[in-house]
Design a protein around this ligand. Structure first.
Ligand code: ADP
Ligand code: MG
Length: 345
């Protein structure tokens, strides 16, 4: 195996391509964007639409395996390609749709917020009656950083919505938000990164702290949740699972993504294996590494929008600054991150 294809070309693709290069692989990134950040880190870049089957076939023929940094790639064209795709289009189909992923979780005995599928104002009214208020109405697909979500206490709170698939979820009074990133090899081998704690600001991940400040029992439940989902989806590669911890110790699956995750960036500096290296290992059939944190505590902070203009304040011992190379900073745009390691005493 020599060349790894990557669908999507943002910072996750860039860091995947860098990890692949360190392991001696070539990379070919495919995305619709002009001049994306991952292109500079990859061996080849194809700019084409995800529905452009001719371009996809040419891309697939040029690589040994295809993986992704963006899970919202249309699945139908991918199913026509002969090259192995890890995680599989079948896993993508579930994880790119909020009702499907929560239904799968519940069928495996994993708890979620109470929810109902919504396709019309009438169904929203009924969902609010059965699930209870307040709640959050979300688009089933393509949502990120809180986009496509509305907190609602009465049906009138929902904006006029175009037809489509929506989910109504009961509002969870969670104590903590955590995530677990699990790597699963092509032969089913599993390695988990430890649970980390996530703080959001304006619906965008602000900080991730490793380890999460949770009991061993909750950590075990969270790891069990992530590995159960990865096994059920037969993931090869990474599965990142976001969870809510309630005050009474319930672990609720919130959403999952079959790719590297922002809450795993701490592993680049604070762990013996990064999530990106582990992903490349998993999709190429290499042995997975058992992750071990290398500092007492690791805190990753996202640099959003204009925050990149104040890098000097982050220059201190134990701080690792990562810039993604995006030309333009916009409000809410992830421009880079900083990881701070607190040494063991
Ligand atoms: N059912 C819920 N109850 C309470 N808070 C929620 C609920 N769903 C989402 N949130 C909050 O909104 C954030 C974003 O929602 P999420 O489902 O993760 O969508 P995305 O990250 O794709 O925008 C979550 O991290 C959490 O803070
Ligand atoms: Mg989320």
């Amino acid at each position: 195996m020599t060349t790894i294809g990557i669908l999507g070309a943002g910072q996750l693709g860039k860091m995947l391509a860098e990890a692949a290069a360190e392991l001696g692989f070539k990379t070919h990134v495919f995305a619709p964007d002009a001049d994306p950040v991952a292109a500079a880190a990859a061996t080849h870049f194809t700019q084409a639409d995800y529905e452009d089957i001719k371009a996809l076939q040419k891309f697939a023929a040029s690589v040994d395996v295809i993986t992704l940094e963006f899970e919202n790639v249309p699945v139908a064209p991918l199913k026509k390609l002969a090259t192995p795709i890890y995680p599989s289009p079948a896993a993508l189909e579930i994880s790119q749709h909020r009702v499907r992923e929560k239904t799968l979780a519940n069928s495996l005995g994993i708890e979620t917020a109470p929810f109902a599928a919504v396709r019309s104002p009438e169904e929203l009214r009924r969902a609010m009656e059965t699930v209870g208020v307040p709640g959050i109405l979300k688009t089933c697909t393509l949502g990120y950083d809180g986009k496509g979500q509305w907190k609602v206490a009465t049906p009138a709170d929902a904006p006029p919505l175009p037809p489509g698939d929506y989910i109504y979820e009961g509002f969870v009074q969670f104590d903590k938000e955590i995530s677990v990133i699990v790597a699963r090899g092509t032969g089913g081998e599993i390695q988990c990164f430890e649970p980390v704690e996530n703080m959001h600001r304006n619906h965008i991940l602000h900080t991730t702290t490793a380890p999460a400040n949770i009991s061993a029992e909750i950590a075990a439940k969270a790891i069990h949740t992530a590995t159960t989902l990865a096994n059920a989806l037969e993931v090869a590669g990474l599965l990142a699972v976001e969870m809510f911890i309630t005050r009474d110790g319930h672990v609720l699956m919130n959403e999952m993504a079959p790719r590297p995750h922002n809450s795993g960036h701490w592993t680049l500096d604070g762990c013996n294996v990064s999530q990106f290296e582990q992903a490349i290992r998993a999709v190429t059939g290499m042995k997975l590494i058992a992750p071990k944190r290398t500092a007492e505590k690791v805190v990753m902070t996202n640099l959003i929008g204009d925050e990149v203009n104040h890098l000097e304040s982050w220059k201190k011992p134990g701080a690792h600054i990562h810039m993604y190379g995006k030309k333009e900073s916009r409000p809410g745009r992830k421009m880079g991150h900083v990881t701070i390691l607190s040494p063991r005493d």
